[in-house]
Design a protein around this ligand. Structure first.
Ligand SMILES: *[C@@H]1O[C@H](CO)[C@@H](O)[C@H](O)[C@H]1NC(C)=O
Length: 294
């Protein structure tokens, strides 16, 4: 063996060892769960199929039914994330939702991702909404910069005492800050469950309801995997809600760092197609959480 190849191998081993050391705690923390460890079927057993020994699932929508699932536990703060591959081709009139909900109607807290289907070749829209203490009507929409039906992408919600951030892969697409000190409601008292549904909503979903679902293209399939929920399970330790040792409450998660802030601006400038904040017909008076500097 020549000097250079030995050296090369040693460098390689050093890099590899460093890499493994760095990766180990990460891998241990985020071992993906099987579907049934965290979730149960809330709607139409016959339309949800487990794949890959329960590590992935397929949701089906046909003329008889859509379907849905929910988490067995509720969580107070944390981060939920999963990989989703949406309905390919003609998905107009379909909605795939991934959300957290307190299940308390009048004073509901809810954090929504809704993927609105479209005709073949037209972009999916991702609608987000935030309900705090029973009030929603905070829709924003972006068009995705990739085809979300071609591959799995990661969709996550980070929820801590400072803000709620919706992420598509590593890109923040929505931030709802805690502005309680300015009298703006923030979800923080009620634990929320994690839910997903696939259903027909062709009265509003695509181009405001103009594009109808084409049942000749049914059944429609969406796929999920890498279910990852890290949060304070409720009921659980009473220290949980304010415990600063929970990683999602840590300093780096209290605001967007400069890279994340730049990505967020990029989404808002280039991909935002609707914002309730600037919809003067709906909101002649700008909602307080939309004011500059907030
Ligand atoms: C569907 O495609 C049309 C045409 O490109 C676009 O205006 C619309 O924002 C897209 N999304 C939805 C959900 O209608």
């Amino acid at each position: 063996m020549t000097y250079s190849s030995t050296r090369c191998r040693n460098v390689f081993l050093a890099v590899l060892t460093g890499f493994v050391t760095l990766m180990l705690p990460y891998v241990a923390d985020t071992k993906p769960a099987t579907f049934l460890e965290n979730f149960y079927i809330t709607w139409s057993d016959s339309h949800i199929k487990q794949l890959d020994d329960g590590m992935a699932i397929q949701l089906l929508l046909d003329e008889n039914s859509g379907c849905g699932f929910g988490s067995k536990s509720k969580y107070l703060f944390g981060r939920v994330s999963m990989k989703i591959k949406l309905i390919p081709g003609d998905s107009a009139g379909t909605v795939t939702a991934f959300y957290m909900n307190s299940d308390t109607d009048a004073i509901r807290d809810e954090l929504d991702f809704e993927f609105l289907g479209n005709r073949t070749g037209q972009p999916y829209s991702v609608q987000t909404n935030v309900y705090a203490n029973g009030k929603g009507d905070r829709e924003q929409r972006i068009n995705l910069w990739f085809d979300p039906a071609a591959d799995f992408h990661t969709y996550s919600i980070l929820w801590n005492h400072q803000h709620v951030v919706f992420y598509v892969d590593e890109v923040p697409i929505r931030v709802y800050k805690n502005n309680e000190d300015k009298g703006i409601a923030y979800p923080k008292m009620q634990p929320m469950g994690v839910y997903s549904t696939l259903w027909e909503a062709d009265d509003w979903a695509t181009r405001g309801g103009i594009e109808k679902i084409d049942w000749n293209k049914a059944p429609f399939y969406a796929y999920y995997k890498d279910f990852d929920i890290e949060g304070c399970t409720v009921p659980g330790p009473t220290t949980c809600s304010s415990n600063p040792s929970n990683w999602w409450e840590g300093a780096t998660y209290q605001h967007l760092d400069s890279v994340a802030a730049r990505r967020y601006r990029w989404v808002r400038v280039n991909h935002m197609v609707y914002d309730y904040c600037t919809d003067k017909n709906r909101n002649p008076i700008t909602p307080p959480e939309c004011m500059a500097g907030i």
